[in-house]
Each structure stands twice: as structure tokens, then as C-alpha cells.
Design a protein around this ligand. Structure first.
Ligand code: GLC
Length: 736
């Protein structure tokens, strides 16, 4: 590389971690310690009746016969009464990680939809996640909600998981750092954020019936480490436990997860709320659950009079009940929701907030293939736009995380069925049409649109155009997993036919996770836009025409086939009729997920262990410019390197540092990352601190590192790695 004047920014002479640097621009973490002291004093004043007020909540929606919705409740996910005598506010809860959920428009209001969790994670930018969290938290607060059920962070253990779109990544460090930043952003509004679903909630089909088998060490090094880092970085007031079983115990009654890991090993001081309809009985209180959410969805209200009676007769329950109240109050006081109450009807700057959604979408778009067809020229004369409802809007994932503006979806496409969940089983589109944005970007072009239902018709239009852009969508929903990773509705055939008619065919994917691409070698370019949120159409056009140089990197592996996965067949996929409610097929109320197959080698780590070549690796992403990665030095637990832009246009690169071997054993673990913006010829020096837990094994009740040589390498993704540098580390062992 020719040496040029490098804009070398030494981030810090001392080994500051990136998050520490970023923290300077973010609100201070909440102070749980002093809040806990205040909480303890309040509990001492509580009567027996008051002690079972904060321990349960209801779902304030008119779907449940017999539910009386309190006048002061806000229609949404949850309502927990306050204790006015003691100045304790009610808790008003809304979903979720992508913004204030729409709930079928029942409140007649709207909110700003962030892009999907995967899209956010593809930015690899903790500061951006903070900004997104701060924005959606401000909208929740402005609507009167003081709890945002955000922080979905379950690792992608199976790419068919229906909620993959909502979560972040397959790696504990990337997931933990990003979710922690998002939670800090949410809580900068003096409201409580959750982190969820704790833990090992790796599939949606039969989510209440699947029993996860995993060695404690493997869990601690993967899924639990993502939560641990997220909690350290974000200080969420609440953890939401999960539906699934682990070693036979339901997540919300798991003594191991809630007491031993979360509260004892990690010393966490907030409160555990259940997922909705996830509480098996009052004994869950002894196993670490602090609040029964949406109690109408459980067999009974366990954490009201039943719990009160238990506490009156059993000292273990009495002590637990005091602790439950202390934890809920600690979170309330730490967030400051009693002193700065959220008042509904506060004005919202939707234009400004849409800008946050658009910037997030732009930074999350991943360029997967480009033979030079992109960026498109704004002087293009003819463009054929095909499929994907591109004339209408951009796709959203369904379930409790669905967000829409006040005008509601631009279009919905029912997936059929009947019963309470049928309404949730519909695809919907945000009001942001890519076709309109494409026309605006190329005003001189003749832009045609065909919806793609008739292949011959689409092919005809593709033949007549300089370039064909095919939008291909894969919808996902909470409650149901994908049967496989193919594009539905015959879109593969449509893409292949259009590509055969026009070699200048560009595919824009809007998917909820990895998909197969049988047509990949036939098309000129592929852009993964995920579910791009409230201004997704504008973000997509900005990338296609080069106003935005794509800087996204895959947060999950795209496999080349299902056979490469630890579990090629997902248990439950043979059910008679998989359904949103996740209810079992007749006579089959037990599913099994054996995560010991891969253990903590989730995603790219599994592919490295098996020597398998994915379709696209974790961390992969192309740019309209080129980069070099040089000067890697590792001393102790500090790594430094330089990223340079060796091309002709400004662009974002993501420095990725991987452990590639440990004491002579091959390893593949992301140990640090940093997204930077570089002008042509520019460079930036990056300094990272390596968290030793990422390098360690968890066994015999703690972390341990073997003595020996540790080799690290910079990667443009988890597969394409530069030369390794080694450093000797002494053996170490420690407890959390
Ligand atoms: C749902 C989801 C959870 C959500 C809750 C309230 O079942 O699993 O993420 O926050 O119920 O809607």
C-alpha cells in the first residue's frame, strides 16, 4: 500500500475500550446501588397487601374476557398498579426492541419503526444502537410508558428461528455490546428497559414446549455471556425470562438461570419479569421470578393472594416477597420513573426520529455481491423495478415487536388462519416505497414496475430496461419458525428468469435472516436490506445510487445448506400445523433442542470447527471502495491496528479482531470490533481492550485460561483473516 498522509487518530494512549470512549457521549449508567438502599427502606413501610401489588401485572388489552382495564392504564403490553401511599408509580409497559409497538392500531397512535434487530446489528456500531434506543425510548416516554420491553438479544442458534429478525447476532461479544448500548439509550429517557428472553430461547415453534439441553460451560461462554455483557454495558432495570425449558425447568422458574447465574453469580440487582403466559406456578417466586406479567395469559394469578398466603405461612416466601419488592423498587428508583414521571401526550418530533431510523437502515445494509453494477448512475435511462411490494413499502416482521406509524401499514397480506392470533399472522409494509425513492434518485429514467406475480410479464419489462432491480422478500413472525431458508412465493424462479433476460439484474433482499440464493452466480449484485424500517425505501435507494456507501457487515452466518447446521432438522417442524401460539400438535407436548452439539461454537465458530464453507460468512460485507488492515499489535490484553481506505470514495469499514488459536488449539472467536468512516487515502488507528472471558473456557464454577501462545488476526470477516500475531498468556482462573 503506498504510504500517504494518514489521518492517524490515536484513539487513546491508554488501552481504553471502545465502549468506554463511546460512553463519553452517552447518558450515565443508572445507579442501582443507591436505588437499592432507598428500595429497602420503602419495603419496610409496606403492608402485607401492598407487598403483592408490584409482583404481578395484567395485559391492558380488550382481548381477554373478564379483564377490567384500569382507567389509568395505557393500552399496550402491561400494567402493574402502583402504591400511591408510598409514592410508588404504576408501571406502564410497551413492546419492544424496534420501537413502540402498534398493537393493531388499538391506541390510534403511531410510532417510529427502527429497522429490524439484524439490520441494527449489521451496523456493528454501538453508538448508532444507543441513538436508536434513545429515540424509541423517548417515544415510549412521550406516550406515557415507563417500561420498554426492549433488549431482545438471544443468539441465533438456528437461522430458521422466526424471531431472528428481532434479535441481533450469533456472537456473544457483538450481541452484548450492541444490546447494552441500545439499553443505555432507552434508559437515558428515565424509563426501564428489559433485556430478553433469558435464556436460550432459540426457536419459536413450540417455544413453550421445547426443552434445551446444554452444558453450563457452553451456555456461560455463549448465550449467557451475551446477556452478561449486555447487562454490564446497559444496566437494564429488568430481565425478561423466557418461555422455553432448560434442563426441564421453564425459563421463568429456573433456579439455575435466575438465582444461581443472574442474581448470585452476576450479582444483578434488578427484577425478573416473566414473559407473557410463561409462569407455571407460585413456586417460580422461590426460583427467582419477581413479577408475573400479563397474568391473564397464565393458568392463574399466582403472584397475588396465593403468594400473599404463602408469605404469611412460610418464612422462605416471606423473605422472597420482600426481596421481590426490593428489586422492582430498585429498578423504579434507579431509572427515576418516580421522580420524573412519563406523561402521555408529550410532543414527538417524528421527522427527526425518522432520520434516526433512516440512518440506522443505511448503516445496516450489507452489499453481498457487486460485479460493478452498483452504484447505479443517476443518469440511467430505464430501470425495471420488480416484486417485493416495492411500489408500496418495505417489509416488517410480525409479532409483539411490530411498529407502525399513525397511518398504519401501507399494506398487509394475511397469512390466513383463524382465532386470536390470526390477526397477528399477517405480513405488513411500512409506508416507505422503494419505487418512489428510486424514481426520485433517477429523475431522467423511465422506471417501470411489475409486482412479479407473472414471470413472463416481469421478464418482458426487464428485457426493455438497462437495469432490473428485483425486490425479494422473506417474512418472519414471532411464534413460528421458517420451514427452511428458501425465498417463498416462487421468488427464486422470478429472479432467475429476470437475470436470464437482463444480465444487469440487481437483487434487493428484505429478509428476516439468512436465505439461500440459488441464482447468486446469475445476478450482477445483491444487497441485503433486512427489514429496513420507517424510511427503508429511502435508505435502499441511497445505497443503490451511491449516496450511501454500504458499510454493513453480516451479524450472522448465511449457510450454504441446512445440512451444514448443527441441527439440520428443527424439532417441531414436523408438527401437523405449526401455529403462532406455538401450541403443540396433538399428543406431542415435548420438543428437544440439543445445544450441546455445537456448545458455545455458535454460528461462525461452528463453521470454523467443522471446516464448512458458508454462502456468506459472519462479518462479511462489500463496499464501493476498498480497505486495508495493517499494523496489528497485541500486548497483554490491548490490541492496536490501522484501517485504511485504499479506494476512491469515502466509506465505512469495520475492523474485526479474531482469536485464531489458543495454546496450540485452533479457535475462532471475535474479540473486538470497531466501525470507522474513512476518506479516500485516510487511515485510523484503533485500540481495543480484549475481554479475557471471550478467550476463556468456563468450567468448575469459573473462567479459566490455559497458558500458552494466543494468536490473533484481523479479518474482513470470520473467514478472510490476515496474518496472525501471537502473544504469550500465563494460565489464569477467576470467578465472575
Ligand atoms: C410476547 C413476547 C415478549 C413480549 C411480551 C409482551 O409473547 O415473547 O417479547 O415482550 O409477549 O408482548
Amino acid at each position: 500500500m503506498t504510504r500517504r498522509t494518514h489521518l492517524a487518530i490515536a484513539l487513546a494512549a491508554t488501552a481504553l475500550t471502545v465502549p468506554t470512549l463511546l460512553r463519553a457521549q452517552q447518558a450515565p449508567a443508572i445507579d442501582m446501588a443507591s436505588a437499592e438502599i432507598r428500595a429497602t427502606a420503602t419495603v419496610k413501610q409496606m403492608t402485607a397487601d401492598e407487598k403483592v401489588v408490584l409482583t404481578h401485572g395484567m395485559m391492558p388489552l380488550p382481548f381477554f374476557p373478564g379483564t377490567v382495564i384500569p382507567a389509568e392504564a395505557i393500552l399496550g403490553a402491561g400494567y402493574i398498579h402502583g402504591i400511591p401511599r408510598l409514592g410508588v408509580p404504576a408501571l406502564t409497559e410497551t413492546d419492544a426492541s424496534l420501537g413502540v409497538s402498534w398493537v393493531g392500531g388499538i391506541r390510534k397512535d403511531g410510532a417510529t419503526a427502527l429497522p429490524s434487530g439484524l439490520s441494527q446489528a449489521a451496523s456493528w456500531n454501538t453508538d448508532l444502537l444507543y441513538r436508536g434506543g434513545a429515540m424509541i425510548g423517548s417515544e415510549a416516554r412521550a406516550k406515557g410508558f415507563n417500561v420498554l420491553l426492549a433488549g431482545g438479544v438471544n443468539l441465533m442458534r438456528d437461522p430458521r428461528n422466526g424471531r431472528t429478525f428481532e434479535y441481533l447476532a450469533e456472537d456473544p461479544l457483538l450481541s452484548g455490546m450492541l444490546v447494552g448500548a441500545a439499553i443505555r439509550g432507552v434508559q437515558s429517557n428515565h424509563i426501564i428497559s428489559t433485556i430478553k428472553h433469558f435464556a436460550l430461547n432459540g426457536q419459536e415453534t413450540g417455544r413453550k414446549y421445547v426443552d434445551v439441553k446444554i452444558d453450563e460451560g457452553a451456555a456461560r461462554e455463549s448465550d449467557l455471556l451475551a446477556f452478561q455483557i449486555g447487562i454490564e454495558q446497559g444496566h437494564p432495570g429488568s430481565v425478561m425470562c423466557s418461555y422455553n425449558r432448560v434442563h426441564g425447568e421453564q425459563g421463568c422458574a429456573s433456579d439455575w438461570l435466575l438465582n444461581k447465574v443472574l442474581k448470585q453469580s452476576w450479582g444483578w440487582k434488578g427484577f425478573v419479569m416473566s414473559d407473557w403466559g410463561a409462569v407455571p406456578g407460585v413456586q417460580a417466586a422461590l426460583n427467582g421470578l419477581d413479577q408475573q406479567s400479563g397474568a391473564q395469559m397464565d393458568p392463574a394469578l399466582f403472584f397475588g393472594d396465593v403468594l400473599k398466603a404463602k408469605a404469611a405461612s412460610d418464612p422462605a416466601y416471606a423473605a422472597r416477597l420482600d426481596d421481590m419488592n426490593k428489586r422492582v423498587l430498585t429498578a423504579i428508583y434507579a431509572a427515576g420513573i418516580d421522580r420524573t414521571p412519563a406523561t402521555p401526550g408529550t410532543a414527538i418530533d417524528f421527522a427527526k426520529n425518522a432520520g434516526v431510523a433512516e440512518e440506522t437502515a443505511k448503516q445496516g445494509i450489507v452489499l453481498l455481491k457487486n460485479n460493478g453494477a452498483l452504484p447505479l448512475a443517476k443518469s440511467a435511462r430505464s430501470i425495471a423495478v420488480i416484486g417485493g411490494y416495492a411500489d408500496t413499502g418495505v417489509l416488517a416482521g410480525s409479532g409483539s415487536s411490530l411498529v407502525h406509524s399513525v397511518d398504519g401499514p401501507a399494506a398487509t397480506r394475511s397469512s390466513g388462519g383463524d382465532g386470536a392470533f390470526a390477526a397477528l399472522m399477517s405480513q405488513s409494509y411500512h409506508r416507505s416505497a422503494p419505487l418512489k425513492a428510486i424514481k426520485a434518485a433517477a429523475p431522467a429514467a423511465t422506471v417501470t414496475f411489475r409486482d412479479g406475480r407473472y414471470i413472463a410479464d416481469a421478464v418482458e419489462k426487464a428485457k426493455q430496461a438497462e437495469v432490473a432491480i428485483v425486490f425479494a422478500n422473506e417474512w418472519r413472525t414471532e411464534g413460528l419458525d421458517q420451514p427452511d431458508l428458501s425465498l417463498p412465493d416462487g421468488q427464486d424462479a422470478l429472479i432467475a428468469a429476470v437475470a436470464a433476460a437482463n444480465p444487469n439484474t440487481i437483487v434487493v433482499l428484505q429478509t428476516g435472516g439468512p436465505v439461500m440464493m440459488p441464482w447468486l452466480d446469475k445476478v450482477a449484485a445483491v444487497v441485503e436490506a433486512w427489514y429496513p424500517g420507517a424510511r427503508g425505501g429511502e435508505a435502499i435507494a441511497s445505497v443503490l445510487f451511491g449516496d450511501t456507501n454500504p458499510g454493513g457487515r453480516l451479524p450472522v452466518t448465511f449457510p450454504a445448506s441446512l445440512e451444514q447446521l448443527p441441527r439440520p432438522r428443527l424439532d417441531g417442524s414436523d408438527w401437523v400445523e405449526p401455529n403462532f401460539a406455538g401450541d403443540p400438535a396433538p399428543g406431542k407436548d415435548q420438543l428437544h433442542a440439543d445445544y450441546d452439539i455445537e456448545g458455545s461454537d455458535v454460528g461462525y465458530r461452528w463453521f470454523a470447527r467443522k471446516g464448512a464453507k458458508p454462502l456468506f460468512p459472519f462479518g462479511f460485507g462489500l463496499s464501493y471502495t476498498s480497505f486495508s488492515h495493517n499494523g496489528l499489535k497485541v500486548a497483554g490484553n490491548t490490541a492496536q491496528f490501522t484501517l485504511s481506505n485504499t479506494g476512491k470514495v469515502k466509506g465505512d469499514d469495520v475492523g474485526q479482531l479474531y482469536l485464531v488459536s489458543r495454546a496450540g488449539q485452533p479457535k475462532r472467536r471475535l474479540v473486538g470490533f470497531k466501525r470507522v468512516t474513512l476518506v479516500p487515502g485516510g487511515s485510523q488507528k484503533v485500540s481495543l481492550t480484549i475481554d479475557p472471558r471471550i478467550l476463556a473456557d468456563w468450567k468448575d464454577g469459573g473462567w479459566s485460561l490455559p497458558a500458552g501462545e494466543y494468536a490473533f488476526a484481523l479479518g474482513s470477516d470470520a473467514e478472510n483473516l490476515g496474518p496472525a500475531v501471537t502473544v504469550k498468556w500465563a494460565a489464569r482462573a477467576w470467578k465472575d
